[in-house]
Design a protein around this ligand. Structure first.
Ligand code: CMP
Length: 149
């Protein structure tokens, strides 16, 4: 059992992908959110400010295409600029999901990014990858190799 835990922890990745969503950008929360990420010990590997087209948002969130909220989510995510970033820390996916809090801000713990800055389940301030595999796929969606440091 001890061996299993050690091997498992070694296998966990050290990078995750995040977006600061349109409402949080519009409200001027880029700086405060990046400060929380920085203070939590994440290193920035790649970062850009951009606006997704509707088609790009649909492609990014294709995993949710059968869900009832998919169309609204893609309209929202293409409604204004976002910040996309790859960030690095030990066990990054889990550490970042802990930092941002539950997807629904109503369930997010005090002090988490979503508790502090989200306005609804859809407009929940930030996205964070849910697995190492998706972190790589999502990071590669936005950044080429020469944009990662
Ligand atoms: P995010 O981490 O970007 O991943 C998918 C997004 O879909 C999620 O954050 C929410 O913004 C949104 N989402 C998830 N579940 C629902 C839901 N039940 N209703 C509306 N939006 C949702």
């Amino acid at each position: 059992m001890l061996l299993y835990i050690n091997v498992y922890s070694i296998m966990r990745g050290n990078r995750t992908f995040t977006m600061i969503k349109p409402t949080a950008v519009k409200k001027g929360h880029i700086g405060p959110i990046l400060a929380i990420i920085n203070d939590a010990g994440f290193k920035i590997i790649a970062m850009k400010l951009l606006r997704l087209s509707k088609e790009q948002a649909q492609q990014f969130y294709a995993i949710h295409k059968e869900r009832p909220f998919y169309a609204d989510l893609c309209t929202f995510m293409s409604s204004g600029p976002i910040v996309a970033a790859i960030i690095e820390k030990d066990d990054a996916v889990n550490a970042y999901r802990e930092l941002i809090g539950a997807t629904n801000p109503a369930n997010a713990k005090e002090g988490t990014i979503r508790k502090l800055f989200a306005t609804s389940l859809q407009e929940n301030a930030v996205h964070g990858s849910d697995s190492d595999e998706n972190a790589v796929i999502e990071g590669n969606f936005f950044f080429s190799d020469i944009e990662k440091f």
